[in-house]
Design a protein around this ligand. Structure first.
Ligand code: SF4
Ligand code: SF4
Length: 256
């Protein structure tokens, strides 16, 4: 079996085992895993697009060859639970916390597996890897996911994959040379495809998301409000109203 298939297998089986043993309530669907070559020219553009503090993979692992990026979709009931209320649903809040923990565990496991094969590996944190004042990320899973061919950006600023956008992304940098996943030039967002959808903008009752702009600070303030409400669960700086039960929640709506 090729290393790419082995890594997909390791991640899938780890999630299954984690579901069985963790005692967590969140349920996940099968992940999508893809790979990017660290010499992809787009990695060099991230400092321009996101900010100077965004790391190049080689700044995190000097002999890096590949970035492994994966998307773990939430079960549909979690997404449905987050429709229509002002604050994020408890199920969504819990899924955010539990999936971040799952990602930390997956990354540790994959790093250990890769090391046992003689490769170096550097896991990246599931979240909270950004500057809280400027809200600039040091490592953006969604941009790295785009480079790795995992999907395309929607009007809501999230990455839409073939399994939608409701879930969490994780990534690991490794010295293993793995064939990169091909990026498609196709659009995944109906607005960018043919202007037939604005559902995410309609769902953002907080006016943070508009067609012309996204007010990052306003959005983060709402996320912090949810963090205050759900402080018993951990740091739930999340909202997800713009992605919950919209055409791109569970699939790439352009290809369907
Ligand atoms: S809800 Fe519609 S407009 Fe918004 S990102 Fe999804 S497909 Fe695009
Ligand atoms: S996460 Fe919430 S506040 Fe932020 S854009 Fe989406 S709906 Fe609006």
């Amino acid at each position: 079996m090729k290393i790419a298939e082995e890594i997909r297998d390791w991640i899938r089986s780890f999630i299954k085992e984690f579901k069985r043993t963790s005692g967590f309530l969140t349920e996940w669907k099968d992940p999508i895993v893809s790979f990017a070559d660290v010499n992809d020219p787009l990695f060099f553009k991230l400092k321009e697009v996101i900010g100077k503090s965004h790391a190049h993979p080689k700044e995190l692992l000097v002999n890096a060859s590949t970035v492994i990026v994966y998307f773990i979709p939430f079960n549909d009931n979690i997404v449905v639970s987050n429709r229509g209320l002002n604050i994020c649903s408890k199920e969504w809040a819990r899924a955010y916390i539990e999936t971040n923990k799952l990602i930390t565990e997956i990354n540790g496991f994959i790093a250990q597996k890769l090391k046992s094969r003689g490769f170096d590996a550097k896991p990246t944190p599931a979240t909270h890897n950004f500057n809280e004042e400027e809200l600039i990320s040091d490592w953006s899973h969604k941009h790295v996911g785009y480079i790795a061919g995992l999907g395309d950006f929607g009007l809501h600023q999230m990455l839409i994959t073939e399994k939608g956008c409701c879930g969490r992304l994780g990534s690991i940098i490794t010295s293993a040379r793995i064939e990169p996943t091909k990026r498609t030039e196709k659009k995944y967002c109906l607005y960018f495809y043919n202007k037939s959808c604005l559902k995410c903008v309609e769902n953002c009752i907080y006016d943070a998301l508009k067609i012309e702009n996204f007010n990052k600070q306003k959005c983060y303030d709402i996320c912090l409000e949810n963090a205050r409400i759900y402080s018993d669960l951990g740091l739930v700086d999340a909202c997800g109203k713009c992605v919950s039960v919209v055409p791109c929640s569970f699939k790439n709506p352009v290809s369907s």
